[in-house]
Design a protein around this ligand. Structure first.
Ligand code: DGL
Length: 263
């Protein structure tokens, strides 16, 4: 039972954490495409070609279930991947706009959704907005730098909270005096790692779909589950910017995901 998970970088580890919790008997392979990160400022064609190479790598190690743990890559590539790789079961992640319909307590509150520019410009995102937020309940913002700053923090081993706060402020606040929010929807998988910074800067709660995605995936794969398999306390990790060969998967203990920068 193998699952492949990927993102442009370490962002998708926020989803892996949940997947590892709900699907603890699976062998999870996480590929961080840091060589090509960030995806958020790339073209659709570029992102598709990165995803295609990753899918081929997963196929070469017999993985037939893949979670695209990246909003930008899901938006740009999941439809084409599904039609070009029918033998693979794909799951993706999208900004959790539908939360406004699922949590009645949010009805009277002001919410904002933050994504990369690529996600914001995508047809899938426009479709989500029409489907779940036809009355324009939410405000929408993009950030150019935040995912990159979080990647840099992973490299340096420390979060530059000041820079991150500044980027959040300049992305979320326009010049409007009406800019005050009760909650923020984190529409990029990098953002949950700095949810506390969001909450401090904006004075709001933050919402991410990671646990929902993992639960949904676990329920879809329930027939595949082999309960005789041992529970895994580790996963496999590969960083495309570091490993010299495709065989260099590193074993990482799941407990390392508790604190940033993890490992
Ligand atoms: N983590 C990714 C997402 O969810 C993208 C960040 C990036 O590479 O720009 O959109």
């Amino acid at each position: 039972m193998k699952i492949g998970i990927f993102d442009s970088g370490i962002g998708g580890l926020s989803v892996l954490k949940e997947v590892a919790h709900y699907m603890d008997r699976y062998d999870i392979y996480y590929l961080a495409d840091r060589l090509n990160a960030p995806y958020g400022n790339k073209t659709k064609q570029e992102v598709y070609s990165y995803c295609e190479a990753i899918v081929n790598e997963f196929l070469s190690i017999d993985i037939d279930t893949i979670l695209i743990a990246c909003n930008s890559a899901t938006a740009m590539a999941i439809d084409e991947l599904r039609s070009n790789f029918p033998q693979i079961r794909f799951f993706g992640i999208e900004p959790f706009i539908n939360v406004i319909n699922l949590r009645p307590e949010l009805i009277s509150k002001r919410g904002v959704c933050l994504t990369t520019q690529l996600t914001a410009d995508s047809n899938r995102f426009k479709y989500l907005q029409q489907k779940y937020d036809a009355n324009h309940t939410l405000e929408y913002r993009t950030s150019k730098m935040l995912a990159k700053l979080i990647e840099e923090a992973f490299d340096s081993g420390r979060l530059d909270t000041h820079k991150i706060e500044e980027e959040i402020k300049s992305s979320v606040f326009t010049k409007s005096t009406k800019d005050s929010f009760d909650y923020i929807i984190l529409g990029c998988t990098h953002y949950p790692f700095v949810s506390e910074v969001f909450e401090k800067v904006l004075g709001t709660t933050s919402i991410s779909p990671c646990a929902h995605v993992a639960k949904h995936m676990a329920s879809c794969l329930v027939n595949k589950l082999d309960e005789t398999q041992e529970i895994r306390d580790y996963f496999y990790f590969r960083d495309t910017s570091k490993a010299a060969t495709k065989e260099q998967w590193r074993i990482v203990k799941k407990e390392n995901l508790k604190g940033f920068p993890f490992f």
